[in-house]
Design a protein around this ligand. Structure first.
Ligand code: FUC
Length: 824
C-alpha cells in the first residue's frame, strides 16, 4: 500500500515540476479522495457503506473516531394522524380559494387541515446515528523519556478513499514504524471491518470502545473456548408514545489479532497490547431491519450475532468485498480533460477549483456520486434518506427523513443513467408500503369521495402520508405523484413489463386520488388541485403584504399530473386494461390549465401571475416540466424553454446545495453546457469559510454537498447533472453531448444508459462526437439526434454499413445488438 502511494506521489511531484499535463493514469485521480491530515470535522471524514451499514473514519493518529450508521435506526413508530376536521373544512377552504382569499384559506388550514397530533406527538421520530467507535492508540517508546516520545513526529501521513474498491485507508510513520489501517463495510458479509497493521512486532496497541450519546448500554459477552469475547452496545429508542417500546438495536464488536494480548471489559472496551496485525469486526442490526415493525422478540440479536460469527470465522474478506462492489461500480466510466490540479489532495482541489478550470473534478464528482449511491442503499434495504446513510448525531437535521417535494426524488436522478437500475428496489418498496396509509389519508383529509392514495411532502419509515404540520409548506399533496414518475422512469429504462404490471396499481391509485379530488376553478373552469402549494415558495395576493403559500393548481402540480395521467394512459394501452378509465383521464387532461408565461417573460409558478416573496427561492418547482420532467425542451416547446431560461436568470445561480445541483440539470436540458458548468462550479464552492469556519452552501472537504448542513441530494443531483450534459434521452431521441461545456473538449464515457433499453459508449474530441457504440439491452428502433457539429455519420450493425446525413439517425437493433457509429 505504502509503495503504491509513494509511486503516486512521485508521479505527482514529477509532473508539477515539469509543469506539463500530468501523465498520471486517470484511474488514480478520478477514483480517489485523499488528504494529508486527519479530519478535523465530520464533513472531512470518509463515508463507507454497504447499503445498510455505514462508517466514517476520521483517520486520527492517537484517537481514531468512527461514526457508525444503520439505515433503519429510527425513533418514533406508526401512528394515526388522521384529522376528521380536515375533510369537514375542505369545502370552505376551497371556496375561499375560489374567491381569491388565499390568506384566509391558509389560516383556516392552520386550525383544521393539519395532522392530528398523536397523544405525545413524537411518533414521527427521526433517523439517528448508530454509535461512536473510538480507538485509542498507544505507540511503543523507543527511549524511556516520555516527554520526547510524546512529541515523536508523525511523517508520511495519508488517508484516502478508493472509490473503485470501496475501501478507505490511513497510513503514517511514527518512530520509524509504519502503521496502516484499512476500513470497509462488506457488501456480501454485511459487517464492518477495520484492519490494522504495524510494520514491527509488538508495535500495535489500542483500546476500542463503543458508545452513543443516548440510549446505549455497553456490555460484554465472554468468549467460549478459544473464541474471543464480544463487546456489545444495545439500546431502545423512543417510540414517541408513552408505554410503547421503540426500535431496538444491537452493535457487536470482536477483535481478531495476530500476536499481542487481548482483553475485553465493558468499561475499557476491547484492548490489544503489543500486537502486530488485528481486525476489528463489527456487526449491527435493528429490530426493524430484522423483523419490520414487529418489535417483539430477539430476532435482531440473533441476526447480529450470526453475521458476526460468520465474519470472524474468516476475516480475509476484502477481496470478495471489492469484487462485489465492483459489479456495480465498474458498469460506467467517464474521462474528462485533466489538469495538473487533479493530483492535489481533495480539499485543496476543491479550493483551487474556484480559481481554475478542472474538468476532471467533475469526473471524480460523478464517480463519487455513483459510489455514494451504491454505498447508501441496496435491494432489501431502505432508500437513501436526506443524508444518504450517514448521520453523526441523534438529532439529524430535518429528522433525516424522506422529503418528497424534491429531496428523495433528486436522490434517485442519476441512478438509471449510471446503470444502477436494481437499486431502485428500495424506493419502489417504500412507495408500495405507503399505499394503505396514503389511502387512509386520502379519505380522512379529503372526504369519503376521495379514491386512491395520497402522499404529501414528507415521509418516514413509519409510512407517514399526512400533510406537514405547517400548511405553508406542508400542503403540497403531489409527493406521491412525483414518486410515481420515478416508477415510470424505471420502466422506461428497463422496458420491464413485469415491473409495469406490478406498479400499475400504484400509478392508477395515485391518479385516482387526483381524479376524484381535483376541482374546477371558477375563472376558466380549469381542473386544479386545491388546496396545495408550490413547494415552500410564497406569494402576495393583490396589495396584501402578508405572504401566503396555499393556492390552487400551481404549475408544478399541473406538470406532475399531466405526466402521471399520460403515463397511466400509456400503461393501460401497453397492459391492455382499463380503457374506460384511460378515456376519463384523457378528458380530464384536456381541462388542465396550460403552462403560462408571466408578463415578465418567465414561466408562471402559480395559476395567477402573483409576485413571489423570494425571487431567488431555492425551489424551482415550476420548472419540473423541463427537468426531471419531459414536457418542455428547446426543440419541442421553444417558447416555454425560453421562459424557463428567463426564470432561471431571474432566480440566479445561487441557492442551497441541492438547488444549485438542480440548476446544473436545468441548463443541461436547455442545451447550455457552459452555463451548466458555471452552476456546477457554484455547487462545488467550498462550504467551510476559511476564516470563520462557518458552513455555507457548496461542498465540504469530503465532497459531501452542503445545504448547509450536509444533505446528500446535492451530490446525487450534481451527479445527474453531469450525466445530463453528456447524454439525454427524451421525446423518443437519444441525444449525444447535448450540453458539452467548452472546457470538456475531449473525453469519453462507457456504459451510460438511455431510455428505451440501450447502453451508450462515446468518444469525443475537440468538442465533437467521434465515435459511439450503442448496445441494445432489448430489441427496438432507436432514434439518435445527429450530434452538434456533425454532418455525416456511418453506422455499422452486424457488418452492414449505412451512411446518414440530416438531423436524426434511426437504428433497428436486435437484443444485445450493437451499432458502431462514426461521426464526421
Ligand atoms: C425541503 C427544502 C429544504 C431542505 C429540506 C430538507 O423542504 O426546502 O431546503 O432541503 O427539504
Amino acid at each position: 500500500m505504502k509503495t503504491l502511494f509513494a509511486f503516486f506521489l512521485l508521479l505527482v511531484t514529477c509532473n508539477s515540476v515539469m509543469g506539463t499535463i500530468p501523465a498520471i493514469p486517470a484511474d488514480v485521480y478520478n477514483h480517489q479522495l485523499y488528504y494529508t491530515a486527519p479530519a478535523t470535522i465530520w464533513e472531512e471524514t470518509l463515508p463507507l457503506g454497504n447499503g445498510r451499514l455505514g462508517m466514517m473514519p476520521d483517520g486520527g493518529v492517537d484517537r481514531e473516531h468512527i461514526v457508525l450508521n444503520e439505515i433503519s435506526l429510527w425513533s418514533g413508530m406508526e401512528a394515526d394522524y388522521g384529522n376528521p376536521d380536515a375533510s369537514r373544512s375542505l369545502p370552505a377552504i376551497q371556496q375561499l380559494l375560489f374567491e381569491g382569499k388565499n390568506k384566509e384559506a391558509q389560516e383556516l388550514m392552520y386550525s383544521s387541515f393539519v395532522p392530528k397530533k398523536p397523544e405525545s406527538g413524537g411518533t414521527y421520530g427521526n433517523y439517528q446515528m448508530l454509535a461512536d467507535l473510538n480507538i485509542d492508540f498507544s505507540f511503543p517508546h523507543r527511549r524511556k523519556t516520555t516527554s520526547e516520545n510524546d512529541a515523536a513526529p508523525v511523517t508520511d501521513y495519508r488517508r484516502w478513499l478508493d472509490l473503485r474498491d470501496a475501501v478507505a485507508y490511513t497510513s503514517f510513520t511514527k518512530e520509524g514504524i509504519d502503521y496502516q489501517r484499512e476500513y470497509f463495510t462488506s457488501r456480501d458479509k454485511d459487517v464492518m471491518i477495520i484492519h490494522l497493521t504495524a510494520s514491527r512486532r509488538r508495535a500495535l496497541s489500542f483500546s476500542a470502545q463503543l458508545s452513543r450519546p443516548k440510549q446505549g448500554v455497553v456490555s460484554m459477552l465472554p468468549g467460549i473456548g478459544k473464541e474471543e469475547g464480544t463487546l456489545l452496545l444495545e439500546g431502545t429508542l423512543d417510540s414517541g408514545k408513552p408505554g410503547r417500546e421503540g426500535m431496538k438495536y444491537r452493535v457487536a464488536m470482536r477483535l481478531i489479532s495476530k500476536g499481542g494480548k487481548q482483553n475485553i471489559s465493558a468499561e475499557r472496551g476491547i484492548t490489544l497490547t503489543q500486537g502486530r496485525e488485528a481486525w476489528l469486526v463489527l456487526s449491527a442490526t435493528t429490530s426493524y431491519a430484522a423483523s419490520g415493525t414487529d418489535f417483539s422478540g430477539n430476532r435482531y440479536k440473533e441476526v447480529c450475532d450470526s453475521l458476526l460469527n460468520a465474519a470472524t470465522q474468516h476475516v480475509q474478506i476484502k477481496e470478495s468485498h471489492i469484487a462485489s462492489h465492483r459489479t456495480f461500480y465498474d458498469r460506467v466510466s467517464l474521462t474528462l480533460p485533466s489538469t495538473e490540479d487533479d493530483v492535489l489532495p481533495t480539499n485543496e482541489r476543491i479550493t483551487r477549483f474556484t480559481e481554475r478550470e478542472s474538468p476532471a473534478l467533475a469526473a471524480l464528482y460523478y464517480n463519487y456520486g455513483r459510489y455514494l449511491f451504491i454505498s447508501s442503499t441496496r435491494p432489501g434495504s431502505l432508500p437513501p434518506n436526506l443524508q444518504g446513510l450517514w448521520a453523526n448525531g441523534v438529532e439529524t437535521p430535518w429528522n433525516g427523513d424522506y422529503h418528497t417535494n424534491i429531496n428523495i426524488q433528486m436522490n434517485h436522478w442519476p441512478l438509471e443513467q449510471a446503470g444502477l437500475s436494481e437499486l431502485y428496489q428500495p424506493l419502489t418498496a417504500l412507495i408500495e408500503r405507503l399505499i394503505p396509509s396514503g389511502e387512509e389519508t386520502a379519505r380522512t383529509f379529503y372526504g369519503t369521495h376521495a379514491q386512491g392514495w395520497v402522499l404529501h411532502m414528507m415521509t418516514n419509515i413509519w409510512n407517514y402520508t399526512a400533510p406537514g404540520e405547517h400548511p405553508s409548506w406542508g400542503a403540497t399533496n403531489t409527493g406521491g405523484a412525483w414518486l410515481c414518475a420515478h416508477l415510470w422512469e424505471h420502466y422506461q429504462y428497463t422496458q420491464d413489463i413485469e415491473f409495469l404490471k406490478r406498479i400499475y396499481p400504484v400509478l392508477k391509485g395515485a391518479s385516482e386520488f387526483f381524479y376524484s379530488t381535483m376541482v374546477r376553478e371558477p375563472k376558466h373552469g380549469w381542473l386544479v388541485t386545491a388546496p396545495t402549494s408550490s413547494p415552500e415558495n410564497a406569494f402576495f395576493v393583490g396589495n396584501d403584504p402578508t405572504p401566503v403559500s396555499v393556492c390552487m393548481g400551481p404549475t408544478m402540480d399541473v406538470q406532475l399530473l399531466t405526466e402521471l395521467y399520460t403515463n397511466v394512459i400509456e400503461a393501460t394501452s401497453i397492459l391492455e386494461c382499463d380503457a374506460d378509465y384511460a378515456a376519463k383521464l384523457r378528458e380530464a387532461l384536456d381541462k388542465f390549465p396550460p403552462m403560462q408565461i408571466s408578463k415578465g417573460g418567465y414561466l408562471q409558478e402559480w395559476l395567477e401571475d402573483y409576485k413571489e416573496q423570494d425571487v431567488h427561492h431555492r425551489h424551482v418547482s415550476h420548472l419540473y416540466g423541463l427537468h426531471p420532467g419531459n414536457l418542455i425542451s428547446p426543440d419541442a416547446t421553444p417558447e416555454l424553454a425560453n421562459a424557463c431560461r428567463e426564470t432561471l436568470n431571474r432566480r440566479g445561480d445561487g441557492g442551497t446545495g441541492w438547488s444549485r445541483a438542480w440548476k446544473v440539470n436545468f441548463w443541461a436540458r436547455l442545451g447550455d453546457g457552459d452555463r451548466a458548468w458555471t452552476l456546477f462550479k457554484s455547487l462545488l464552492y467550498p462550504a467551510v469559510d476559511p476564516q470563520t469556519k462557518r458552513y455555507g452552501s457548496g461542498t465540504f472537504p469530503n465532497l459531501f454537498c452542503s445545504h448547509p448542513p450536509f444533505q446528500i441530494d446535492g451530490n446525487y443531483g450534481g451527479t445527474a447533472g453531469i450525466g445530463e450534459m453528456l447524454l439525454q434521452s427524451h421525446e423518443g431521441f437519444i441525444h449525444l453531448l447535448p450540453a458539452l461545456p467548452k472546457s470538456w473538449h475531449t473525453g469519453n464515457f462507457h456504459g451510460m444508459k438511455a431510455r428505451g433499453g440501450i447502453s451508450v459508449d462515446l468518444e469525443w474530441k475537440d468538442g465533437k462526437a467521434v465515435k459511439a457504440i450503442l448496445t441494445a439491452t432489448i430489441p427496438g428502433i432507436f432514434h439518435v439526434k445527429m450530434p452538434e457539429g456533425v454532418i455525416r455519420a456511418k453506422a455499422i450493425i452486424d457488418g452492414q454499413s449505412n451512411n446518414y446525413t440530416g438531423k436524426t439517425i434511426s437504428l433497428s437493433l436486435p437484443e444485445k445488438g450493437e451499432c458502431v457509429l462514426s461521426f464526421e
